[in-house]
Design a protein around this ligand. Structure first.
Ligand code: NAD
Length: 508
């Protein structure tokens, strides 16, 4: 829970612990003018950082990673207190974020290595593609993974040679402020990674500012607003939005393993993950055994307390959405096996297993973002795939199956799929992460995630002259005839000659 003070810019944003309601600290609400000034300072840092060698950048990023690792307990404690997740999950988040800093640092040079490509018909040219930093990247983050998620953009943007201005969620600003303090002490350029704080209006100011790209993570509705604000300057955007990730269990799946993974995938972070398992389709033959296994597993979990598996929900607003989805499902005939709409107390929701669900229910169509496992029985794999793809989202997905696993995975319309596991793709830093449709576009992580924060430059260098110079008005009289011959030979029927061979023939 956090409140945003209204009034002049001297007022502040308070961050509260959602488990206890305790005020943790407050941060400034940055105005548009303040955001612009921060971006201007970042631009100066970017000009130096972008011209440094990969080796020099790698040295500083490694020092930054080590400094963050040295503060791991403090960062995890802030995440735990601001977001409400248990300490174990907060520490895991810090570890995963550090993994991305390390990966991006190590891969940047390779991912941005200039590539020589075929010059095609212009065989006397040397054709090269090279990658260059964009300048300043605005990163707007969510509250559910307040460090890991933004770091998936920040680390890659920095490693690619950019400066970063980060606007964390108003529900979890403190961890970002602490990371920025550590960055200012570690990097030789103190403005390389800066944080601006505030609610939507500060985010909107960043999207409208003179940044060279906006990397946004949050809801689809806000993503559209960010894209509209960025359009004012034609600033490119990367959108990591929500999801309604399906899980398919085929009739030859290992029921116990599938149930264990399903429960973790749906309930980790109290179900507040963009790649949470949000709906499950189970083959008829396995349905009852699977439901029993899931319910048994869920009953072993503890909600709240220092050793709890599930923490407090981060905001009362999210609790209200989950309650609404559960009430809607029950009203439309879903059966509650554990939890349910009445098992909600303050910001704590008992994990809920539902069966007898269908796509008329919000719990199967809208992002629930809470500790809910709705399980639907399916008559065939075709039906499972059709239902899994019946969504405007397309972020993650998972399949538990024997021999058909890969072919099912291939048919899922999603940015990422785990086979015989959940969320596996998020733990592998070399795999690009992102979605399609209402889940957004662009990719973080992997080499694609590094190149996402670069501009592509194409260079065509003429390395030798040839008699037939197409880039000139000085052409022989018979040029039309030669061109006709070329069209026939290069692109007409029955032709096998490659452009280069043809040109060599012309050259004699
Ligand atoms: P949100 O859209 O409410 O807010 C996200 C951020 O945008 C916050 O920092 C907020 O202050 C800022 N913001 C709000 N209005 C703005 C505006 N007009 N212009 C610019 N910025 C603005 O999302 P949330 O509730 O913080 O996060 C939950 C959502 O994020 C879920 O839908 C979840 O699925 C998604 N998410 C996606 C990923 C991913 O990688 N795809 C990861 C984590 C979360």
């Amino acid at each position: 829970m956090a409140t945003v003070a209204t009034g002049p810019s001297s007022e502040r944003l308070s961050s509260f612990n959602p488990a206890t309601g305790e005020l943790i600290a407050s941060v400034p609400i940055h105005t548009g003018a303040e955001v612009d000034a921060v971006v201007a300072r970042a631009r100066i840092a970017a000009q130096t950082w972008g011209t440094r060698s990969f080796e020099a950048r790698s040295e500083e990023l490694t020092a930054f990673r080590k400094a963050l690792a040295a503060h791991a307990d403090e960062l995890a404690d802030l995440i735990h207190r601001e977001n409400g997740k248990p300490e174990l999950e907060a520490l895991t988040e810090v570890m995963m974020a550090l993994g991305h800093v390390q990966h991006a640092t190590g891969r940047a040079e390779t991912a941005m290595e200039p590539r020589r490509v075929s010059a095609g018909l212009l065989a006397n040219y040397r054709a090269t593609i090279s990658y260059h930093p964009l300048g300043v990247i605005g990163v707007i983050g969510p509250w559910n993974y307040p460090l890991f998620t933004p770091m998936g953009s920040i680390a890659y943007a920095l490693a690619a040679g950019n400066a970063v201005v980060w606007k964390p969620s108003e529900l979890t600003p403190l961890v970002a402020v602490r990371v920025a303090e550590i960055a200012a002490k570690t990097f030789a350029l103190p403005d390389l990674l800066q944080v601006v704080t505030g609610a939507g209006s500060t985010g909107a100011a960043l999207a409208r500012s003179a940044v060279d790209k906006v990397a946004f993570t949050g809801s689809a509705a806000t993503g559209k607003r960010v894209m509209m604000a960025a359009a004012e300057r034609l600033t490119p955007v990367l959108l990591e939005l929500g999801g309604k990730d399906p899980m398919i269990i085929a009739d030859d799946a290992d029921v116990e393993k599938a149930a264990e993974a399903c429960v973790y995938g749906a309930l980790t972070n109290t179900g507040q993950a963009c790649i949470s398992v949000e709906r499950v389709y189970v083959a008829d033959a396995l349905h009852d055994r699977f439901v029993t296994a899931v319910v048994d597993e869920v009953r072993k979990l503890k909600v709240g307390g220092d050793d709890g598996h599930l923490g407090a929900m981060t905001s009362a607003a999210q609790v209200a959405i989950v309650k609404d989805h559960l009430e809607d499902a029950v009203a439309k005939g879903a059966k509650v096996h554990t939890g349910g709409p009445d098992a909600i107390s303050g910001n704590y929701i008992q994990p809920t297993v539902l069966t007898g669900v269908d796509h008329r229910m919000k719990v199967m169509s809208d992002e629930t973002f809470g500790p809910v496992i709705p399980i639907q029985r399916v008559a065939s794999l075709d039906e499972a795939v059709q239902l899994a793809n019946d969504t405007t989202y397309g972020l993650g997905s998972s399949v538990f199956a024997g021999k058909a696993a890969r072919s099912i995975a291939k048919r899922l319309r999603a940015g990422m799929t785990s086979i015989n596991s959940v969320m596996g793709f998020a733990g592998i830093p070399s795999l690009p992460f992102g979605g399609i449709g209402d889940s957004g576009f662009g990719r973080i992580h992997g080499d694609e995630g590094i190149r996402e924060f670069t501009r592509i430059k194409s260079t065509a260098e003429q390395v030798m002259s040839i008699p037939m110079n197409m880039m000139s008005f000085r052409q022989p009289k018979n040029m039309p005839k030669q061109i006709r011959g070329m069209i026939k030979q290069l692109y007409g029927e029955g032709v096998v000659a490659k452009a280069g061979d043809f040109l060599r023939k012309l050259r004699g």
